[in-house]
Design a protein around this ligand. Structure first.
Ligand SMILES: NC(=O)c1ccc[n+]([C@@H]2O[C@H](COP(=O)([O-])OP(=O)(O)OC[C@H]3O[C@@H](n4cnc5c(N)ncnc54)[C@H](OP(=O)(O)O)[C@@H]3O)[C@@H](O)[C@H]2O)c1
Length: 280
């Protein structure tokens, strides 16, 4: 299954996330691709990600005959607020320079001359978008215009911020990546904006943010009917509502199980029931 954004770029429908994999990152990237994942998410942010080790995993795959074009690589620009002392750019430089330095170092880490998707890890402002956000977004737009990034996006974004970006930016995002809580209708309002603007919505922490849904008797019953687990039901639900899910599994069997979500089908009634399962 392939998703397409308003700029007509195809994106694989399931993504492997590399946060918190530490020294196992290279091995897990290889395992994920060999298991069937075609899209990899990372960030140039050493607190949570090992982007260089993602690149090491990719190199090993290239040596085995996987070609760069067969994979969808996504990484992020993380502001100083989200970094420790190991910033991948000169933290005293202006923001435009920080973005340029960060992406250039990502390209080196990932052994590539282009990114399929480049994402602003999160706005500087808590409410709305401020001058810093606009400066960084313009630097990211420039990457899109230069061809270094085939798609650009934003993460950890509110309804208000995404609305502003979609109405005022020269280039609106093609990707939104948010933590997805069932209590707010699986980020229903942000997803609705994405649907209207043909932006791909990527949901992360679908399992870890929703343990009560994993344990819910309805989800368990659907899993039993389909002969599968609660994780696959949630991932399949996400796909059926038009979301691109990320999984962060470290387990070879779970990788296969999670990819198996593409082979099952929930009824329209089941989808509707899960959509409202935890609304408060
Ligand atoms: N933009 C951002 O700010 C941001 C923030 C957080 C995350 N992310 C991205 O999202 C990715 C995924 O996040 P996440 O790790 O929170 O996602 P997640 O897939 O919700 O959580 C991973 C957890 O789910 C378990 N799991 C996965 N498949 C399973 C299965 N079939 N059965 C049982 N347990 C299963 C894993 O355990 P096992 O390892 O045992 O399988 C692991 O404990 C990250 O790696 C990162 O790329 C982005």
């Amino acid at each position: 299954m392939i998703l397409t954004t308003y700029n007509q770029i195809a994106v694989p429908s399931f993504m492997y996330g590399t946060a918190w994999k530490k020294d196992a990152t290279a091995r897990l990237v290889q395992l994920a691709v060999e298991s069937g994942f075609k899209a990899i998410d990372t960030a140039n942010q050493l607190i949570h990600y090992q982007e260089e080790l993602v690149g090491k995993g990719l190199q090993a795959l290239y040596q085995k005959g996987i070609q760069r074009e067969m994979l969808f690589l996504q990484t992020k620009f993380t502001s100083v607020n989200g970094q420790d002392h190991r910033t991948p750019y000169d933290a005293s430089a202006n923001l435009t320079t920080q973005v340029k330095q960060s992406v250039d170092s990502s390209l080196v880490h990932l052994h590539t001359d282009y990114l399929d998707s480049y994402v602003l890890h999160g706005p500087y402002s808590r409410r709305g978008l401020g001058a810093e956000d606009w400066e960084v977004w313009e630097a990211i737009e420039e990457l899109y215009n230069s061809g270094k990034a085939r798609m650009i996006g934003i993460s950890n974004v509110t309804v208000e911020q995404l609305t502003q970006l979609c109405t005022k930016a020269k280039t609106k995002p093609m990707i939104v990546q948010n933590r997805c809580y069932a209590q707010v209708g699986w980020d229903q309002e942000v997803r609705e904006i994405c649907r209207t603007h043909e932006i791909i919505y990527q949901g992360f922490s679908l399992l870890t943010a929703n343990p009560q849904v994993m344990a819910n008797p309805l989800v368990r019953a659907i899993a039993k009917r389909l002969g599968t687990g609660a994780a696959q039901v949630i991932f399949r639900f996400a796909m059926q509502i038009g979301m691109l899910p990320l999984t962060g599994t470290t387990n070879a069997q779970h990788m296969k199980d999670d990819l198996g979500a593409e082979q099952i089908e929930l009824s329209a009634e089941e989808v509707q029931q899960i959509e409202t399962i935890a609304l408060v």
